[in-house]
Design a protein around this ligand. Structure first.
Ligand SMILES: [Zn+2]
Length: 286
């Protein structure tokens, strides 16, 4: 009896978590300026290149963000937004040519700004790590053009190395060389960095700051490091619907305690089954 009671007490937090999960799905923490990370945007993106996103869905997403009063801000101007607007970071890792060809006309059409993280050792060349992609990287002239349009050019290192594995000398070279190359190329300060393969730890970030980076993007829910100057971004992949992405980045779609209680009470008062409550909640649009 005592053993059974202890077991029930120990299981209570898990049961409560399970019930909450059953009712509302996974509850994510709210992020002040949500961020999206794209790689390539092309018409009719097809398997097996999961990091491609289709032009049609991309335009639909940006249009909906605009409708929801979002403005697209760059990483370094993240906090300088109009007071009556919500901000979103639209970022591109690797700096592929398709971004200029297909994504930027849409970004410009909706008057957003974006940040493109370029790999300086691959300007104008094909990628050596994205095996399914036939994309070339932006060449120097294209990078200059994009910077002149007011978009931010950030660093994605010189060789797309996994930075935590590098010794101190190589790490510093990857960080500093790419920064200087992009600054010389564009005439603009390069203050932000995206870490290839999401590879960042405390040592990498310290070196990045030492060579002059102010901001970085990291994968959402990165467990190794957190800093107010490292902004979480949500990687977007081909199979994801526009609605799914909006749901993840829009804080209004996150459940609050007061909203949860009001939804619960209203449904219980009508006598509807609990599991149907969950379906109803998930179909609410804001
Ligand atoms: Zn990359």
């Amino acid at each position: 009896m005592i053993v059974n009671t202890l077991f029930l007490i120990a299981a209570l937090p898990f049961s409560a978590g399970g019930l909450a999960s059953l009712l509302f799905g996974k509850v994510n923490r709210q992020i002040s300026v949500p961020g999206l990370l794209f790689h390539s945007v092309i018409p009719g993106a097809l398997l097996p290149n999961l990091s491609c996103y289709s032009t049609k869905k991309f335009e639909h997403l940006i249009a909906l963000l605009k409708d929801q009063n979002y403005q697209g801000v760059t990483v370094s101007s993240r906090d300088k937004h109009l007071p009556d607007k919500k901000s979103v970071l639209i970022t591109f890792d690797d700096g592929f040519q398709c971004v200029e060809e297909y994504a930027l006309p849409i970004i410009e059409k909706f008057n957003f700004k974006t940040t493109i993280f370029c790999v300086t050792g691959f300007s104008g060349k094909k990628s050596s790590w994205d095996i399914y992609s036939n994309n070339r990287h932006l060449d120097n002239n294209a990078i200059r053009r994009i910077a002149a349009q007011g978009h931010e050019i950030g660093s994605h290192t010189s060789s797309h190395a996994f930075l935590p594995y590098l010794n101190d000398t190589d790490l510093r070279t990857e960080l500093a060389t790419s920064k200087k190359t992009l600054e010389d190329m564009t005439g603009c300060p390069v203050t932000s960095i995206s870490f290839p393969f999401g590879g960042v730890n405390r040592r990498v970030w310290q070196y990045a700051q030492q060579v002059g980076y102010t901001y970085g993007t990291i994968y959402r829910d990165h467990k190794k490091i957190s800093s107010p100057d490292l902004f979480p971004v949500y990687g977007v992949y081909q199979f994801e619907s526009v609605e799914n992405i909006l749901h993840k980045i829009n804080p209004q779609n996150y459940i609050s305690v007061s909203r949860a209680v009001s939804v619960l009470l209203s449904h219980f008062s009508k006598g509807t089954p609990v599991w149907r409550l969950r379906d109803t909640y998930q179909n609410i649009t804001y």
